[in-house]
Design a protein around this ligand. Structure first.
Ligand code: EPZ
Length: 413
């Protein structure tokens, strides 16, 4: 059954271990294509997007094994640079394989990765950056082919700190001739994870604190092992669930250092957070305080990937909140579903206004995309009565063990 049932209205109580990061493991898996050897990755989350990325790696000739949370990729022999549309269309982040295959083989063919419900999600910045590196781009019948006799480094200014574009340039530059300087690159922790992996494999990369990344090409990358960092968005999701339902939870392995903006908001809402080397604790009693005005922003600002989960918590806040989404153009698809649970909220362009209510009631709701679906589960934990969240396959793209996690945290799922 493609749905999740939750009986909510009870405070949470318990602890769970936080999975490896989806948005770190995907670019690192793409980077294994650059390694003329074997890459071993620990703490990989068992999620649909990783399965999809593995299919794409295997289509290029990589030999992949996956045992428990350990993935090995043998990329000694790349036999194809044409990525199958069936998997590319399933996952937009397949676009970062362009940088990896251009870096390793000097060419790649990929069908245009589609947009999704949260936005058009063009790849113009990726393509402009590749063109600056000497890549010739042609498109026939929706298939993009990129070729470079020799990938040359250069100065790559990004008009917007796009996470994917930053990752793609780093991947293309790692083995390219000369030096590549990215100006205005993304600073999300997942960029750091990608750079750590590549440096451990022999790449020459340095980053400074304002989005500048300098990559000096090296002749080859060697066999490497790497542990995927914890998923800050999964951790933030469960924190928002506790803010909505109340209670006391501990998220083992969560890194508070990567959730600064979210923890600041949670404290403003009345949550008592403690961060330690082992993880993040949260105690929340009663209804949260409203957030008068908050904008999502690129890192280190409040993450767009936690926006829907924050909305879920604010539905039961004391007072009125206004949240503005500045990264994606259509990321309020969860609002009508939260209204079905009794929330009082209204979108006004790229803002949503929420008047907190005493309590939500259980309802049958439908996930439209990954983070909105997770937000509905968090709202259902607070809602009194039974809820059913349909289209759970969206949630399975990013949450490896949602049921087990929620059960460990004291939720009835
Ligand atoms: C990454 O997507 C994440 N995905 C997203 O997480 C996250 O929401 C996003 O970064 C922002 O933090 C992965 O890491 C796999 P962007 P990405 O390029 O790289 C526009 C999740 O829930 N843009 O930083 O695609 C774009 O349309 C997912 O885990 C261009 O206009 O995000 C968007 O409005 C959802 N042209 C904005 O920039 C381009 O060439 C941010 O996009 C590229 C992007």
């Amino acid at each position: 059954m493609d749905s999740i049932h939750i009986c909510g209205g009870y405070p949470l109580c318990g602890e769970t271990r936080i999975q490896g990061s989806k948005n770190a493991v995907l670019p690192v898996l793409a980077a294994t294509v650059l390694v003329n050897g074997i890459s071993t990755l620990y703490n990989c989350p068992k999620i649909a997007d990783v399965q999809c990325m593995i299919k794409l790696l295997e289509s290029t000739g990589c030999r992949v094994t996956w045992k428990g949370d350990t993935i090995t990729v043998d990329a000694c022999h790349i036999s194809s640079t044409s990525l199958p549309g069936e998997y590319v269309s399933r996952m937009r982040s397949s676009v970062i394989l362009m940088g990896a295959l251009l870096g390793r083989e000097g060419q790649v063919s990929i069908s245009y990765p589609g947009g999704c419900v949260i936005g058009k999600r063009p790849i113009d910045m990726h393509l402009e950056a590749f063109a600056r590196m000497g890549v010739a781009l042609t498109e026939t019948c929706g298939v993009l082919t990129a070729r470079a006799q020799t990938l040359t480094g250069g100065s790559i200014p990004l008009a917007f700190p796009s996470v994917g574009a930053t990752e793609n340039v780093i991947l293309a530059a790692a083995l390219a001739g000369g030096e590549t300087v990215i100006c205005g690159g993304a600073q999300e922790p997942e960029i750091g994870a990608l750079c750590e992996f590549l440096i451990q494999a022999g790449a020459d990369i340095c980053r400074d604190g304002d989005g500048t990344v300098v990559v000096r090409g090296v002749p080859a990358l060697h066999t490497v092992t790497y542990r995927i960092p914890p998923d800050r968005i999964v951790a933030g999701t469960y924190l928002m669930g506790c803010m909505a339902a109340g209670g006391q939870i501990f998220l083992r392995g969560a890194d508070g250092g990567q959730l600064g903006a979210a923890l600041t908001v949670i404290r403003q809402m009345g949550g008592v957070c403690t961060c330690c080397p082992e993880g993040i604790g949260l105690v929340m009693e009663g209804r949260p305080a409203a957030v008068a005005c908050l904008k999502t922003a690129v890192y280190p600002g409040f993450p767009t990937d936690l926006q829907s989960q924050l909305l879920a918590a604010l539905t039961v806040a004391k007072g009125e909140s206004v949240i503005e989404e500045t990264v994606f153009e259509n990321r309020f698809r969860v609002v009508p579903e939260l209204v079905r649970m009794g929330a009082q909220m209204k979108t006004e362009g790229n803002r949503v206004r929420i008047c907190g209510v005493e309590r939500l009631h259980g309802a049958c709701v439908t996930a439209q995309e990954l983070r909105g679906g997770a937000a509905l589960c968090m709202a259902a934990l607070a809602a009194h009565g039974d809820s059913r969240i349909c289209n759970r396959h969206f949630i399975d793209r990013g949450y490896a063990s949602l049921e087990a996690d929620i059960r460990s945290l004291g939720g009835r799922i």
